[in-house]
Design a protein around this ligand. Structure first.
Ligand code: ATP
Length: 351
C-alpha cells in the first residue's frame, strides 16, 4: 500500500545534474533518511517524490502506481517543509484543514479529521491560534498535523527540525519517530544532521553530488562503509591514503607503515585505510614512534591528535582516571599507537 519506489530518478537543470539515477525501495512502514552535505540533491529528490519538481529521468511509484506525472495533491503524500510553510493569516485548524479542502473532503469529515490530527500532535487546545501566536515547536507540530491529516501513504519530511533549538529538536525527533511507528507511515526524511538520521531512520541513504553513495542501516554505514566519503561523513574516521604492502600492512603516502586488515585482491593498488578514532589506542612510550600534537579533554572522553611518521591520526579514548599515566600525556610527548588490525579497513580511493 505505502511502498515507495524510486527508479533511476534523475533531475537535470540545463547542463548541471542535481540528482543522478537514484534507485531506492522504501517498504511499507519504513523510515528512510536522505543524508548528505549541502547541495548533494536530497531536497530535489524529496520534491520529486512529492511532485513539486518534475524529474528529467526515471519514475516514482507509490503503492505500485506510477505517479511520476501526477501533481502533488493527486499523490498520496503528506509533506512537512523546513520552513513549516504555514499560512500566517489562517488559524491552526484552517492550516491543518487545507489539504482536505484541496481534496474536496466534506465539512463534517474535515472537521473530525482536523481534530484527530491536532490530537495526534497534542495541539487540540490551540486550534484557534494564528501561527505567530505559537512557539517554534508548536508551529512545527501544526505542520506535522497538516501533513498527517490527509492520511498519506507516504510521509515526506524536509529538514523538519532545523528551526528548533537543540533540546526541543531531541524531543520532537522522538515524537515524530513514535508517531511514524504508531501510524505505520512509510517515510522519507531529508536531513544533513547525521545524528538525526542515525537515531530516527531504519535505513539511511548517503548522497554526494547527486549520487547515492551507500544505502544501509546505521550499523552498515558506520561499520562497513563502502567508500572513504561515507566513512568520513557518518561519524568521524581516520582516512589515510596509501597502498597495501604485504599481508596486514599498509604503507601511507607519508611513509608510515600501519597495521591493517588483509587486503582483498581487488584492493592491491592505491587505497585508503579507514580507522575509527575510538579504535586507536594511545599510550605514553619514551621510545614511541608517534608524537602527541594536541590533547582535548571533553569530560567523558579525551581526544588525542597524534603524528606518526608524517601521518596525522586522531584517537578518542574514555578519559583516563586521575593518576593514570595516560592522563599526563601532553603535546610534544612521544607515544605508541596500537589497534586491532581487523578494524583498519581498506577502502577504494574516492572517484
Ligand atoms: P541543502 O542541504 O543545502 O538543502 P540539498 O542536498 O537538499 O542541499 P538540493 O537542494 O537538492 O540539495 O540541490 C541539489 C543541486 O541542485 C544543487 O547544486 C543546487 O544548486 C541545484 N539546484 C536545485 N534547485 C535548482 C534550480 N531550481 N535550478 C538550478 N539548480 C538547482
Amino acid at each position: 500500500m505505502g511502498r515507495l519506489v524510486l527508479e533511476a530518478l534523475g533531475k537535470r537543470y540545463g547542463a548541471s545534474t542535481a540528482v543522478e539515477r537514484v534507485d531506492l525501495d522504501v517498504s511499507q512502514g519504513e523510515m528512510v533518511a536522505l543524508l548528505g552535505p549541502s547541495g548533494c540533491g536530497k531536497t530535489t529528490t524529496l520534491r520529486m517524490v512529492a511532485g513539486f519538481v518534475p524529474p528529467t529521468a526515471g519514475r516514482v511509484l507509490i503503492g505500485g502506481e506510477d505517479v511520476t506525472r501526477k501533481p502533488p495533491h493527486a499523490r498520496d503524500t503528506g509533506m512537512v517543509f523546513q520552513s513549516y510553510a504555514l499560512f500566517p493569516h489562517m488559524d491552526v485548524a484552517s492550516n491543518v484543514a487545507f489539504g482536505l479542502e484541496m481534496r474536496r473532503v466534506g465539512r463534517a469529515e474535515r472537521d473530525a479529521r482536523v481534530r484527530e490530527a491536532l490530537r495526534l500532535v497534542r495541539l487540540d487546545s490551540l486550534d484557534e491560534r494564528l501561527p505567530r501566536q505559537l512557539s517554534g515547536g508548536q508551529q512545527q507540530r501544526v505542520a506535522l498535523a497538516r501533513a498527517l491529516v490527509v492520511n498519506p501513504s507516504v510521509f515526506l519530511l524536509d529538514e523538519p527540525l532545523s528551526n528548533l533549538d537543540a533540546k526541543l529538536r531531541g524531543e520532537v525527533r522522538m515524537e515524530i519517530r513514535a508517531l511514524q511507528r504508531r501510524l505505520g507511515l512509510t517515510t522519507l526524511i531529508v536531513t544533513h544532521d547525521q545524528e538525526e538520521a542515525l537515531t530516527m531512520a531504519d535505513r539511511l541513504v548517503v548522497m554526494e553530488r547527486g549520487r547515492v553513495r551507500q544505502v544501509g542501516t546505521a550499523e552498515d554505514l558506520y561499520e562497513r562503509p563502502a567508500d572513504p566519503f561515507v566513512a568520513g561523513f557518518v561519524g568521524r574516521c581516520n582516512l589515510v591514503e596509501g597502498a597495501p604492502e604485504g599481508p596486514g600492512a599498509f604503507r601511507a603516502a607519508s611513509g608510515a607503515l600501519l597495521p591493517c586488515a588483509d587486503a582483498a585482491p581487488s584492493a592491491a593498488g592505491p587505497s585508503v585505510l579507514a580507522i575509527r578514532p575510538e579504535h586507536v589506542a594511545v599510550s605514553p612510550a619514551a621510545d614511541g614512534a608517534a608524537r602527541i600534537t594536541a590533547v582535548t579533554y571533553l569530560g567523558a572522553q579525551t581526544e588525542y591528535h597524534v603524528e606518526l611518521d608524517g601521518t596525522a591520526l586522531l584517537a578518542v579514548r574514555p578519559t583516563p582516571a586521575a593518576g593514570d599515566p595516560l592522563r599526563r600525556l601532553a603535546p610534544g610527548d612521544p607515544a605508541a599507537l596500537d589497534w586491532d588490525r581487523s578494524v583498519a579497513r581498506l577502502l577504494p580511493l574516492a572517484d
